[in-house]
Design a protein around this ligand. Structure first.
Ligand code: 13P
Length: 247
């Protein structure tokens, strides 16, 4: 049985003052069965560690360099994230792919770099609205996964998480229906099953895209949805905790 995971992605939001209350509320309120994590902006990793260390809430970052170290101004390595106690790191979020040029090859390299540093990568995949309307959702998601499989192999996914985030549902208030999401989650799991039945069975596939307290339970009730990657609602403690409780 896969333990559900609910991960907050704060994106570029927060301040020391605002985070303190949010982290404390999540730490004290995350009491359900699901594993809970927050992925915070880099400058707040030390604060997340200070507030969450010893609690059942893990923390992580939203991106990682594909390089181990060196002359890469502005970049942050996996070992630096591990130094701050990160358990998770997002790789290939659609905002990285579309605004910062993270190609499938770069995402595959970041995934490998994260694992080398001992982090659990959360590989984000998902199609744009145009791709969905063109009927190529499966093709797009499979291509994004295959790039990582070709580089790291299926075995690497025993220590990884996949997040399906349809781009058209991110921050738009437009959620994939539970049936739409389940269909893609099943396709993702089937892709892994081609390489390893064991990895496919154990792999957690999260859904992300306008998850709210009101729609979380139905989404998480689908057989292949193992929790959520939560953007906007992760910034409001009561909303995030209600989503965690639904898992
Ligand atoms: P929203 O929950 O704000 O739609 O964001 C989803 C997301 O991108 C999480 O990574």
């Amino acid at each position: 049985m896969r333990t559900k995971l609910v991960a907050g992605n704060w994106k570029m939001h927060g301040s020391l003052a605002a985070n303190a209350g949010l982290l404390q509320a999540v730490r004290d309120g995350a009491t359900g069965k699901a594993e809970v994590a927050v992925c915070v902006p880099y400058p707040y990793l030390a604060q997340a560690r200070a507030e969450l260390d010893g609690s059942r809430v893990a923390w992580g970052a939203q991106d990682v360099s594909e390089h181990a170290q060196g002359a890469f101004t502005g970049e942050v390595s996996g070992s630096m994230l591990a130094d701050f106690g990160c358990r998770f790191v997002l790789v290939g979020h659609s905002e990285r792919r579309s605004f910062y040029g993270d190609t499938d090859a770069v995402v595959a390299a970041k995934f490998a770099a994260a694992q080398t540093a001992g982090l659990i990568p959360v590989l984000c995949v998902g199609e744009s609205l145009a791709e969905r309307e063109a009927g190529i959702t499966g093709e797009v998601v499979t291509r994004q996964i295959d790039a990582v499989l070709a580089n790291s192999g299926a075995g690497a996914f025993a220590r990884a998480v996949v997040a399906y985030e349809p781009v058209w549902a991110i921050g738009t208030g437009r959620t994939a229906s539970p049936q739409q999401a389940q269909e893609v989650h099943a396709l993702i799991r089937a892709r892994f099953a081609r390489d390893s039945a064991e990895v496919a069975t154990g792999l957690r596939v999260l859904y992300g895209g306008s998850v709210k307290a009101g729609n979380a339970a139905e989404l998480f009730g689908q057989p292949d949805i193992d929790g959520g990657l939560i953007g906007g609602a992760s910034l409001v403690a009561a909303d995030f905790l209600a989503i965690c409780a639904a898992a």
